[in-house]
Write a protein that binds this ligand. Structure first.
Ligand SMILES: C[S@@+](CC[C@H](N)C(=O)[O-])C[C@H]1O[C@@H](n2cnc3c(N)ncnc32)[C@H](O)[C@@H]1O
Length: 176
Protein backbone atom coordinates (compact mmCIF):
# COMPACT_ATOMS: atom_id res chain seq x y z
CA UNK A 1 0.00 0.00 0.00
CA UNK A 2 2.73 2.47 1.05
CA UNK A 3 4.94 1.37 -1.87
CA UNK A 4 2.03 1.86 -4.32
CA UNK A 5 1.51 5.32 -2.91
CA UNK A 6 5.20 6.21 -3.30
CA UNK A 7 5.24 4.94 -6.92
CA UNK A 8 2.06 6.88 -7.71
CA UNK A 9 3.54 9.97 -6.11
CA UNK A 10 6.72 9.69 -8.20
CA UNK A 11 4.82 8.96 -11.44
CA UNK A 12 2.16 11.66 -11.08
CA UNK A 13 3.35 14.39 -8.75
CA UNK A 14 6.87 14.98 -10.10
CA UNK A 15 5.88 15.19 -13.82
CA UNK A 16 2.91 17.41 -12.88
CA UNK A 17 5.18 19.76 -10.94
CA UNK A 18 7.64 19.85 -13.86
CA UNK A 19 4.83 20.67 -16.29
CA UNK A 20 3.47 23.34 -13.96
CA UNK A 21 6.88 25.00 -13.47
CA UNK A 22 7.50 24.84 -17.24
CA UNK A 23 4.17 26.62 -17.76
CA UNK A 24 4.92 29.27 -15.13
CA UNK A 25 8.45 29.83 -16.49
CA UNK A 26 7.18 30.15 -20.07
CA UNK A 27 4.44 32.56 -18.95
CA UNK A 28 6.94 34.71 -17.03
CA UNK A 29 9.21 34.77 -20.09
CA UNK A 30 6.36 36.19 -22.16
CA UNK A 31 6.33 39.23 -19.88
CA UNK A 32 10.01 39.71 -19.03
CA UNK A 33 11.98 38.33 -21.97
CA UNK A 34 11.62 36.84 -25.47
CA UNK A 35 8.88 34.18 -25.47
CA UNK A 36 9.51 30.76 -26.96
CA UNK A 37 8.29 30.91 -30.58
CA UNK A 38 10.11 28.44 -32.85
CA UNK A 39 11.17 29.48 -36.35
CA UNK A 40 11.36 27.29 -39.43
CA UNK A 41 14.57 25.23 -39.73
CA UNK A 42 13.65 24.40 -43.33
CA UNK A 43 13.44 28.07 -44.38
CA UNK A 44 16.68 28.94 -42.59
CA UNK A 45 18.36 25.97 -44.34
CA UNK A 46 17.31 27.47 -47.69
CA UNK A 47 18.79 30.85 -46.65
CA UNK A 48 22.04 29.13 -45.55
CA UNK A 49 22.23 27.37 -48.94
CA UNK A 50 21.90 30.74 -50.63
CA UNK A 51 24.54 32.35 -48.39
CA UNK A 52 27.00 29.50 -48.97
CA UNK A 53 29.01 30.17 -45.81
CA UNK A 54 32.18 28.11 -45.19
CA UNK A 55 31.61 24.69 -43.59
CA UNK A 56 34.38 25.53 -41.09
CA UNK A 57 32.11 28.14 -39.48
CA UNK A 58 31.16 27.97 -35.79
CA UNK A 59 27.42 28.54 -35.56
CA UNK A 60 25.35 29.67 -32.57
CA UNK A 61 21.61 30.22 -32.15
CA UNK A 62 20.97 32.89 -29.48
CA UNK A 63 17.97 31.66 -27.51
CA UNK A 64 17.88 28.22 -29.10
CA UNK A 65 14.38 27.20 -27.92
CA UNK A 66 13.68 23.53 -28.72
CA UNK A 67 17.06 23.16 -30.47
CA UNK A 68 15.63 22.64 -33.97
CA UNK A 69 17.72 25.40 -35.58
CA UNK A 70 20.98 24.28 -33.94
CA UNK A 71 20.41 20.65 -34.95
CA UNK A 72 19.68 21.65 -38.54
CA UNK A 73 22.74 23.96 -38.70
CA UNK A 74 25.04 21.01 -37.85
CA UNK A 75 24.57 19.99 -41.48
CA UNK A 76 26.16 23.25 -42.67
CA UNK A 77 28.82 23.96 -40.03
CA UNK A 78 31.62 22.10 -38.34
CA UNK A 79 30.38 23.23 -34.92
CA UNK A 80 26.80 24.11 -34.02
CA UNK A 81 25.74 25.52 -30.62
CA UNK A 82 22.63 26.87 -28.99
CA UNK A 83 22.28 28.94 -25.82
CA UNK A 84 18.95 28.82 -24.01
CA UNK A 85 17.87 30.27 -20.65
CA UNK A 86 14.87 27.97 -20.16
CA UNK A 87 16.18 24.74 -18.56
CA UNK A 88 13.28 22.63 -19.86
CA UNK A 89 13.90 23.68 -23.46
CA UNK A 90 17.63 23.12 -22.93
CA UNK A 91 16.92 19.61 -21.60
CA UNK A 92 14.60 18.82 -24.50
CA UNK A 93 17.24 20.07 -27.00
CA UNK A 94 19.86 17.83 -25.40
CA UNK A 95 17.55 14.82 -25.66
CA UNK A 96 17.07 15.53 -29.38
CA UNK A 97 20.84 15.92 -29.76
CA UNK A 98 21.36 12.31 -28.59
CA UNK A 99 19.64 11.06 -31.77
CA UNK A 100 21.54 13.33 -34.17
CA UNK A 101 24.29 11.72 -36.30
CA UNK A 102 26.57 14.76 -35.75
CA UNK A 103 25.91 15.00 -31.99
CA UNK A 104 29.65 15.32 -31.18
CA UNK A 105 29.71 18.68 -33.01
CA UNK A 106 26.54 20.01 -31.32
CA UNK A 107 26.45 21.81 -27.95
CA UNK A 108 23.60 23.25 -25.94
CA UNK A 109 24.43 25.75 -23.19
CA UNK A 110 21.94 26.59 -20.45
CA UNK A 111 22.52 30.22 -19.45
CA UNK A 112 21.58 33.78 -20.35
CA UNK A 113 23.28 35.01 -23.51
CA UNK A 114 24.04 38.26 -21.64
CA UNK A 115 26.46 36.23 -19.51
CA UNK A 116 28.34 34.80 -22.52
CA UNK A 117 31.24 35.99 -24.66
CA UNK A 118 30.98 35.42 -28.41
CA UNK A 119 34.62 35.47 -29.57
CA UNK A 120 34.47 31.78 -30.54
CA UNK A 121 31.59 31.99 -33.02
CA UNK A 122 31.45 33.34 -36.55
CA UNK A 123 27.90 32.62 -37.68
CA UNK A 124 25.05 33.71 -35.43
CA UNK A 125 21.29 33.26 -35.76
CA UNK A 126 18.87 35.44 -33.79
CA UNK A 127 15.11 35.39 -33.54
CA UNK A 128 14.47 37.85 -30.73
CA UNK A 129 12.23 40.84 -30.14
CA UNK A 130 13.54 44.37 -31.00
CA UNK A 131 14.12 45.33 -27.32
CA UNK A 132 16.55 42.44 -26.91
CA UNK A 133 18.18 43.16 -30.29
CA UNK A 134 18.87 46.72 -29.09
CA UNK A 135 20.34 45.48 -25.81
CA UNK A 136 22.56 42.94 -27.58
CA UNK A 137 23.69 45.03 -30.55
CA UNK A 138 26.89 46.59 -29.12
CA UNK A 139 27.93 43.37 -27.37
CA UNK A 140 27.56 41.23 -30.50
CA UNK A 141 29.32 43.62 -32.87
CA UNK A 142 32.16 44.06 -30.37
CA UNK A 143 32.68 40.40 -29.47
CA UNK A 144 32.13 38.44 -32.68
CA UNK A 145 35.33 38.02 -34.74
CA UNK A 146 35.83 40.33 -37.73
CA UNK A 147 33.99 39.06 -40.81
CA UNK A 148 31.36 37.11 -38.83
CA UNK A 149 27.83 36.77 -40.15
CA UNK A 150 24.70 37.54 -38.12
CA UNK A 151 21.39 36.30 -39.50
CA UNK A 152 18.43 37.96 -37.82
CA UNK A 153 14.95 36.61 -38.36
CA UNK A 154 12.33 39.35 -38.91
CA UNK A 155 13.76 42.06 -36.64
CA UNK A 156 16.60 44.49 -37.40
CA UNK A 157 19.28 46.06 -35.20
CA UNK A 158 18.57 49.75 -34.52
CA UNK A 159 22.08 51.07 -35.42
CA UNK A 160 23.39 48.73 -38.13
CA UNK A 161 22.13 48.25 -41.67
CA UNK A 162 21.77 44.70 -43.01
CA UNK A 163 24.02 43.94 -46.00
CA UNK A 164 21.18 42.05 -47.62
CA UNK A 165 17.85 40.43 -46.84
CA UNK A 166 16.96 36.93 -47.99
CA UNK A 167 13.36 35.82 -48.52
CA UNK A 168 12.07 38.99 -46.82
CA UNK A 169 12.72 37.56 -43.33
CA UNK A 170 16.46 36.95 -42.97
CA UNK A 171 18.47 40.13 -42.42
CA UNK A 172 22.18 39.48 -42.99
CA UNK A 173 24.80 41.52 -41.11
CA UNK A 174 28.55 41.32 -41.28
CA UNK A 175 30.94 42.40 -38.50
CA UNK A 176 33.73 44.75 -39.63
C1 LIG B 1 11.55 33.44 -30.34
S1 LIG B 1 12.33 32.07 -29.50
C2 LIG B 1 13.42 31.48 -30.78
C3 LIG B 1 13.78 30.00 -30.62
C4 LIG B 1 14.75 29.49 -31.70
N1 LIG B 1 15.88 30.35 -31.86
C5 LIG B 1 14.04 29.34 -33.02
O1 LIG B 1 14.24 30.22 -33.87
O2 LIG B 1 13.30 28.35 -33.20
C6 LIG B 1 13.43 32.94 -28.38
C7 LIG B 1 14.13 32.06 -27.35
O3 LIG B 1 15.08 32.85 -26.63
C8 LIG B 1 15.13 32.39 -25.29
N2 LIG B 1 15.71 33.47 -24.46
C9 LIG B 1 15.11 34.63 -24.08
N3 LIG B 1 15.96 35.37 -23.33
C10 LIG B 1 17.12 34.66 -23.23
C11 LIG B 1 18.37 34.91 -22.60
N4 LIG B 1 18.60 36.02 -21.91
N5 LIG B 1 19.35 33.96 -22.72
C12 LIG B 1 19.13 32.81 -23.42
N6 LIG B 1 17.96 32.52 -24.04
C13 LIG B 1 16.96 33.44 -23.95
C14 LIG B 1 13.69 32.05 -24.98
O4 LIG B 1 13.59 31.14 -23.91
C15 LIG B 1 13.20 31.45 -26.31
O5 LIG B 1 13.35 30.05 -26.32
Amino acid sequence: MTLNFIIMFICLFIPSMMLLSFGILTLLQNFFSAPYVPSSAKKLAAALEELGLPQAGRFIDLGSGDGGITLMAAKYFHQSSGVEINPYLWLFSNLRRLFHPKRKNIHFICKSFFRMKFHDYDVMYIYLFPELMAKLEDKLFAELPKGSTIISHTFKFPNHQPERTINKHYHIYSTK
